[in-house]
Design a protein around this ligand. Sequence first.
Ligand SMILES: [Ca+2]
Ligand SMILES: [Ca+2]
Length: 331
Amino acid sequence: MLASAPPERAAAATDCGLTASANITTSNNPNQAGAVVAYSAPTTSGTCGTITCSPASGSFFPIGTTLVTCSASTTPVVKASFTIRIVDTQPPTITVPPNKTVSNDAGQASAAVTFAAPMVSDNAPGVTSACNHLSGSLFPLGTTTVTCTARDASGNTATASFHVIVNDTEPPVIERAPDVSATVRTNATGGIVSYTPPAAHDNSGANLSVACTPAIGSTFPVGSTTVTCSTTDPSGNKTTKSFSVVVTRDVAPQTELNNSRIKGRKATFRFSSAPGSHFECSIDKRAFKPCTSPARFAKLKLGKHVFLVRALDAADNADESPAIKRFRIRR
Ligand SMILES: [Ca+2]
Ligand SMILES: [Ca+2]
């Protein structure tokens, strides 16, 4: 009797067991878009023959995640994998243009200013930059800080700033100042003249005051006087403008005594002058008092009398040579 052969047990193709390294996360090498990473060989059990891993330990791994696969030289092949993740932790660099100083655009409280784009670099491609003001945009008078930010593909940022300085170099404008002709009452030094000071405006938009010399309400001599007005904008730009004040002595009205009538102890006087005049009368050297034509006097004493009448204009300029009438009341 033949002993039956023991059943052949299928030999296992391999008893190799591989346990790969744990996943690895690390930063980039300085100024590199990745890192050289050495990792441990997989641990083995059984017979695994030669083990090769790809990419090999000590390779350069790019930023991001790379799958490393280790294979035993068995049939069938036994494999084990893990990942190596390189994180870009290096921020980009940014260099902004130097501070820029310009004058305002004509008539404006601002200037359109262009500037070079910032220079950026990074250990990895994909860096972008942006500034909080655009080149070519309007910048107001004064100092504006432009801040630019570089951002790499991994979100690391760097910022740098520079100043745009817009100076107001435009002097203010004083509006046309018309000459003034004034006919006024005058004394020994002249007459008082008021005028409207000219308005001023400036590209800065500031409210400007205008100072004039001689000032409004000064006493101006008869003849022509130059009034000089000036104003200064907040940046110290000054403008002056002149006009003339011509003072003419106001001529008092002339008094006409048209008619005198003496009857008994009564006297009646009719007088006239330029339209708009009014009158003052004086009898027998007493003080002048307001009167109208006809002016009547009664109960005059016997003897000599003198009547004076003077016209005054609306400004109370009195005729310096009153009309006079000498008369006598007879018995
Ligand atoms: Ca970077
Ligand atoms: Ca100005």
